[in-house]
Design a protein around this ligand. Structure first.
Ligand code: TGC
Ligand code: FAD
Length: 394
């Protein structure tokens, strides 16, 4: 019988609408044209043309694509997920660019910002003319953002921000940052508030983090906030408490549950092609039972992950998606994608470690994806808390 792709195995395309299939096709094409031919080189050099890509993606409505108004496309959650999947089939760093811009920075302004903040920032962010970043993690506080050290104190009507953020995607190239800091109220640390901070504000410095062995086609930086004076209207008026940044994470984590499958799919396609062509012991390695067991198991996991992502997307489109459900998707799909990438690596033998093939690049990227947006342990604890009613974080 003729070979089918892993996606054709269960005919899961039949679960998508015509419009969703069209959006997927558009994103797949832009990844084929603008990402695939260059991404190995970007990865090797540790440089990526964020601005050019952002403008390209902006033209297609991929930035803040699931948001409405202010130049955003207003697509469904499923369409957004499919876009994330296709982008990450190119590279996790490219999907990160879009996640951070749309689901973190733009979403925070869209959901919690004033009308003036939305008018000022969302249209240029939707076109990719303005790049955003999202500063929650600090050098000493990653999984426990509640213990953040960054502070915002009042000075007259102004706000003065001090502290620092670490591992911030897009920071080295960003025009604007959404920074989360505890407001100092009556001399004591109060609630977490969000601030819209132009990156050229006096006292803000961004330094690129170099020597990464993962997510090299992504700009990652540290932001230092040295008594950054901001006007009263820099605060996001509707964000008070840690729930605000955490709700932004729910948006981005949903995209990642889809996106990671793209990296896995690209690895599996590569391994299938390679196994069909590579001969050892006088026959294609795809004909060995042990190779087929690996390929079959990976195709099964990929399709299970896809069904899970699609279920989450449909729940989101009904307005019924809960954060712990997103944790199930993020935990499972990133964990399985990483396992698939590593397994594919074995099928390529020595070629598996070469940059001529995408497999180890995806596997290395997925190490970051496993850690950011909540480590797998944090998602296990979120699910565990939901199952038992007991919080085991502390
Ligand atoms: P906890 O007491 O559980 O919650 C504080 C308040 O927040 C509410 N809440 C949420 N609201 C909306 N969405 C969610 N996902 C929420 N999770 C919690 C909660 O109901 C509560 O509300 P209220 O009204 O009672 O105050 O908070 P906790 O301090 O115990 O922390 C819980 C924990 C550990 C799950 C949380 O801190 C966490 O998720 N930690 C992981 C941090 C993280 O994921 N950082 C990611 C940074 S951004 C990033 O990595 C970008 S990577 C680039 C890319 O995306 O491509
Ligand atoms: P830690 O919190 O120090 O965790 C270290 C280990 O301890 C992990 O295995 C963790 O699971 C475990 N651990 C921690 N607490 C517990 C517990 N209670 N129980 C059991 N185990 C526990 N952040 C942003 O704000 N914005 C960004 O744009 C952004 N981009 C990123 C890009 C990259 C490439 C990377 C790698 C990270 C990025 N991050 C960003 C930061 C990311 O969100 C954090 O790295 C992540 O939340 C984990 O924090 P940490 O690295 O400080 O690890």
């Amino acid at each position: 019988a003729a070979a089918v792709t892993p996606e054709e195995l269960l005919d899961l395309d039949s679960l998508l609408t015509e419009e969703e299939l069209q959006i997927r096709e558009v994103v797949r094409r832009v990844v084929d044209d603008r990402v695939r031919p260059h991404v190995a080189q970007w990865y090797e050099r540790g440089e990526v043309p964020v601005r050019e890509l952002a403008v390209e993606f902006g033209k297609l409505g991929l930035l803040g694509m699931h948001l409405t108004g202010y130049g955003c496309a207003g697509s469904s959650a499923v369409a957004y997920g499919l876009a994330c999947l296709e982008l990450e089939a190119g590279d996790s760093g490219v999907r990160s660019l879009v996640s951070v811009q749309g689901s973190l920075a733009m979403y925070a302004i869209w959901r919690f910002g004033s009308e003036e903040q939305k008018q000022r920032w969302l249209p240029p962010m939707a076109t990719g003319e303005a790049i955003g970043c999202f500063g929650l993690t600090e050098p000493d506080h990653g999984s426990d953002p509640a213990n953040m050290i960054s502070r915002a104190r009042r000075d007259g009507s102004d706000w003065v921000l001090s502290g620092g953020k670490m591992w911030i995607t897009n920071a080295p190239v960003a025009d604007v940052a959404v920074i989360w800091a505890r407001a100092v109220e009556d001399g004591a640390a109060g609630r977490v508030r969000g601030f819209v901070v132009p990156m050229d504000s006096p006292g803000v410095t961004a330094r690129e983090i170099r020597h990464k062995m993962s997510l090299r086609a992504s700009a990652t930086g540290e932001i230092v906030l040295d008594d950054v004076r901001l006007p009263a209207d820099a605060v996001l008026p509707d964000a008070a408490g840690l729930g605000a940044p955490l709700s932004c994470l729910t948006e981005a984590r949903h995209g990642i549950a889809w996106g990671a499958l793209g990296a896995a799919r690209d690895c599996l396609h590569t391994a299938l092609r390679y196994a069909g062509e590579r001969e050892q012991f006088g026959r294609p390695i795809a004909g060995f039972q042990l190779t087929q067991a690996k390929l079959a198991d990976m195709a099964v996991e990929l399709q299970k992950g896809y069904l899970l992502a699609l279920h989450l997307g449909r729940l989101a489109d009904r307005g019924a998606l809960r954060p712990e459900q997103v944790s199930v998707g993020k935990l499972n799909n990133v964990r399985e994608a990483l396992a698939i990438a590593r397994q594919c690596r074995t099928i390529l033998g020595a070629n598996g470690i070469s940059g001529e093939y995408p497999v180890l690049r995806h596997a290395n990227n997925l190490e970051s994806v496993l850690t950011y947006e909540g480590t797998s342990e944090v998602h296990q604890l979120i699910i565990g808390q939901r199952l038992t009613g007991l919080a085991a974080f502390v």
